[in-house]
Write a protein that binds this ligand. Structure first.
Ligand code: PHE
Length: 349
């Protein structure tokens, strides 16, 4: 049977033990640690020292047990304080072991890719004109990529798009035009949208070709829409992008899904239309950047829009080639190499 004195002693020791964890957690620095050490272990007034004084008052029979209890508490405190001292020295433990006088680590901020920045510029010009933004799948069926766009099976015009096939029916879309069909199937006119996105072609990469690149498609369908709207809108857009004085040229062309069709050239800004040996325009003074035309009546029939009531126009713009021209970038592959010396040049805008 332990004596009442021994029982009281045990309770006092347990009370100190219970406060120990909180006391340690409150320590923030070496001074706090020193203060705590003194509180428990100071040779004059430390709790543990005082308890050792009490020990003297015990009956001989109780002394060994009381001494053992107290010694256990003392080692426990010593171990805790040692661990605390260690953690204050190690930065990983969250202590102020960091040398605050050292220079900081430089943070590297992420930023939008140059092509994304350019695409947003294009989007915002069209958004101001009331266009919405849509997208569609990059894996397409033959129907949407070709047939609904008025390319009959085996028609030679398909050869103009070097297609990457997944199987007989599925392919990687070669242009953003299939999204025209998907939108017109779902929405009644009026339609006024642009469709930015990736397209794929079987190309060997060189300074002006890549197997994946970006286009921005445009589509307007309503009553009484004319070629004049197409011309006015595209001219306005290109002037916003390249400046008011930009010269543009519409050249007759052919696409199965537009009639009539036109390719749009802008004046060569590299040579100012003056250098017969210019490497950018090949001496022609012009640079082709988009295809366009009035939506072919057959395309409207394919999506159950009545060509007698509605008319429309569409365009497809090559984003990289336009950006290359706008920024004077000589090789399309620079866009995809992620060389920071290249991409960083576009982040200061
Ligand atoms: N889809 C065509 C291309 O990739 C461009 C285009 C779009 C032409 C819309 C006319 C109308 O070359």
């Amino acid at each position: 049977m332990p004596s009442p004195d021994l029982e009281k002693f045990r309770i006092a020791i347990d009370a100190h033990r219970a406060k120990l964890a909180d006391a340690c957690a409150a320590v923030r620095d070496a001074a706090g640690l020193e203060e705590l050490r003194n509180r428990y272990l100071s040779r004059k007034r430390g709790f543990v020292t005082l308890l050792f004084e009490d020990l003297k008052k015990f009956e001989a029979a109780d002394k060994p047990a009381a001494g053992q209890l107290l010694n256990l508490l003392k080692t426990e405190i010593q171990e805790k304080l040692a661990a605390l001292e260690e953690s204050l020295r190690t930065p990983a433990a969250g202590g102020p072991g960091v040398d605050l006088t050292l220079p900081g680590e430089r943070l590297t901020w992420g930023a939008a890719h140059p092509l994304r920045i350019f695409q947003r510029e294009i989007e915002s010009i069209f958004q101001e004109m009331g266009f919405g933004i849509e997208d569609g799948p990059e894996i397409e069926t033959d129907y949407y990529n070709f047939e609904a766009l008025n390319f009959p099976p085996n028609h030679p015009a398909r050869d103009d798009w070097d297609t990457l096939y997944i199987n007989d029916n599925l392919l990687l879309r070669t242009h953003t035009s299939p999204v025209q069909i998907r939108i017109m199937e779902k929405h009644k006119p009026p339609i006024r949208i642009i469709i930015p996105g990736k397209v794929y072609r079987r190309e060997t990469p060189d300074p002006t070709h890549a197997a994946m690149f970006f286009q921005v498609e445009g589509l307007v369908v309503d009553r009484n829409v004319t070629f004049a709207h197409l011309k006015g809108t595209l001219e306005y857009f290109l002037k916003r992008l390249f400046g008011d004085k930009l010269k543009t040229r519409f050249r007759p062309s052919f696409f199965p899904f537009t009639e009539p069709s036109a390719e749009v050239d802008i004046e060569c800004l590299a040579c100012g239309q003056k250098d017969p040996a210019c490497r950018v325009c090949g001496g022609t003074g012009w640079k082709e950047i988009l295809g366009s035309g009035m939506v072919d009546p057959q395309v409207f029939k394919n999506v159950n829009i009545d060509p007698e009531q509605y008319s429309g126009w569409a365009f497809g713009l090559g984003v990289e080639r336009t950006a290359m021209f706008a920024y004077g970038i000589p090789d399309i592959r620079y866009f995809y190499e992620n060389d920071l010396r290249f991409t960083r040049q576009f982040h200061l805008k």
